[in-house]
Write a protein that binds this ligand. Structure first.
Ligand SMILES: Cc1cc2nc3c(=O)[nH]c(=O)nc-3n(C[C@H](O)[C@H](O)[C@H](O)COP(=O)(O)OP(=O)(O)OC[C@H]3O[C@@H](n4cnc5c(N)ncnc54)[C@H](O)[C@@H]3O)c2cc1C
Length: 287
C-alpha cells in the first residue's frame, strides 16, 4: 500500500511556542501511524503573503489590466506559476490530510497563512465554478484548523464578549476549505494556553495526541450540499424552494451561514453530527 501523506501548514515565528509543541505532537503521532509528514513552516520559509504579478513567470495574458485570479489560473494551465507556489501545490496534491496550525490573529489566520491560501489555492488547481463545495476538487482529502487563542472559551460563546466561535470559523471552514472540496474535520482549539497553568497545557497536548490516533476515522463537519441550490446565475445560486419548504418546520437553520433567519444549528462548525441526527441527514455530503 502506498504511504499516506499529511501536510502541516504551520505559521508561528517561535520554535519555543505552544503552536510549535502542538505541531510536534502532530508530526510524531502521524509518523507513528505510518504517515509521511510534510511541514510548510511559513515564517521559516519566508513565504510571501502578497498575491502579485511576481507569482507568474513569463508573459501575462492581459498586461493592460492585471487580474490576479485570471492570470494565475492561466499561468497554472501553462505551468507558469512561481516556484514557491508550484512547490506548495505539489504538497497539497500529495497530501490526503492537511492541518493548518496557527495562533488566531484577528479572528482569522495570520497574514502569512492567508497569503498561502490566496496564492496556493489557485483557480483551476483548487476550485472552479463547476467544481466547488461537496463537488470540489479536493473532495477526497481532509483538512482541519488547529489553533491557539488568546481568549478563553467562554469569551467565544454566543453570549461571550467575542461572540459565537462558530461564526468566526465559518469563513475559513466553509468559504475556503470546504469551497475547495475538502472534507473539513472539526477544529482543534487550544483555548488561551498562555493563561493556563503548565499542567493544563500538558493535558491539552495529550488530548491532541489522543485525538490524532482516531482523526482519520472522524466524521467531517456538515455543510449544505450544492444540490440544494440552483447553480445558475439566473437562479442566483439560491437555496431551492423545495429545500426551503422542507426546512420550514425545523427549529434551526441549515448551517451557521445558511441560517435562514432561524437560530444557528448548535456547534455546526465545531462538532460533526452523528449519523442519527435527523435534520443533519438531509444536508449531509452526498459523496
Ligand atoms: C496580531 C495578533 C492578533 C491576535 N488576534 C487574536 C484574536 O482575534 N483572538 C484571540 O483569541 N487571540 C488573538 N491573539 C492572541 C494569540 O492568538 C495568542 O497569543 C496565541 O494563540 C498564543 O499561542 P502561542 O503559541 O503564541 O502561545 P505561547 O505564548 O508561545 O505559549 C503559551 C505558553 O505555552 C508554553 N509552552 C510552550 N511549549 C510548551 C509545551 N511543550 N508544553 C507546555 N507548555 C508549553 C509557553 O512557554 C507559554 O508559557 C492575537 C495575537 C496577535 C499577535
Amino acid at each position: 500500500m502506498a504511504q499516506r501523506t499529511a501536510l502541516i501548514v504551520y505559521a508561528h515565528q517561535s520554535p519555543g511556542s505552544f503552536n510549535a509543541a502542538v505541531r510536534d505532537v502532530a508530526m510524531e503521532e502521524l509518523k507513528e501511524q505510518g504517515y509521511r509528514v510534510l511541514v510548510s513552516d511559513l515564517y521559516a520559509m519566508k513565504f510571501r503573503a502578497d498575491a502579485t504579478r511576481d507569482d507568474i513567470t513569463g508573459d501575462l495574458k492581459n498586461s493592460e489590466l492585471f487580474q490576479y485570479g485570471e492570470e494565475t489560473m492561466h499561468a497554472w494551465l501553462k505551468g507558469n506559476l512561481s516556484d514557491d507556489i508550484v512547490e506548495e501545490q505539489k504538497k497539497v496534491k500529495e497530501a490526503e490530510l492537511i492541518i493548518f496550525q496557527f495562533p488566531l490573529y484577528w479572528f482569522s489566520v495570520p497574514a502569512i497563512m492567508k497569503g498561502w491560501m490566496d496564492r496556493v489555492l489557485t483557480q483551476g488547481f483548487a476550485f472552479s465554478l463547476e467544481r466547488m463545495y461537496n463537488n470540489g476538487i479536493f473532495k477526497d482529502k481532509k483538512a482541519m484548523l488547529s489553533f491557539t487563542t488568546g481568549a478563553t472559551e467562554s469569551m467565544f460563546r454566543p453570549d461571550g464578549i467575542n461572540g459565537d466561535i462558530n461564526v468566526t470559523l465559518w469563513p475559513l471552514q466553509n468559504g475556503t476549505l470546504h469551497f475547495c472540496g475538502f472534507q473539513v474535520l472539526a477544529p482543534q482549539i487550544f483555548w488561551s494556553p498562555a493563561h493556563c497553568p503548565a499542567p493544563v497545557r500538558s493535558m491539552m497536548l495529550e488530548g491532541w495526541r489522543a485525538r490524532l490516533k482516531g482523526l482519520l476515522a472522524e466524521r467531517p463537519l456538515t455543510f449544505a450540499p450544492c444540490e440544494f441550490f440552483d447553480l445558475t446565475f439566473q437562479g442566483g445560486f439560491l437555496l431551492s424552494q423545495k429545500v426551503k419548504e422542507e426546512r420550514e418546520s425545523e427549529p434551526y437553520g441549515l448551517t451557521t451561514g445558511h441560517h435562514l433567519g432561524k437560530p444557528l444549528p448548535p456547534d455546526n462548525q465545531l462538532t460533526a453530527q452523528s449519523a442519527t441526527e435527523s435534520s443533519a441527514g438531509e444536508c449531509r455530503r452526498k459523496d
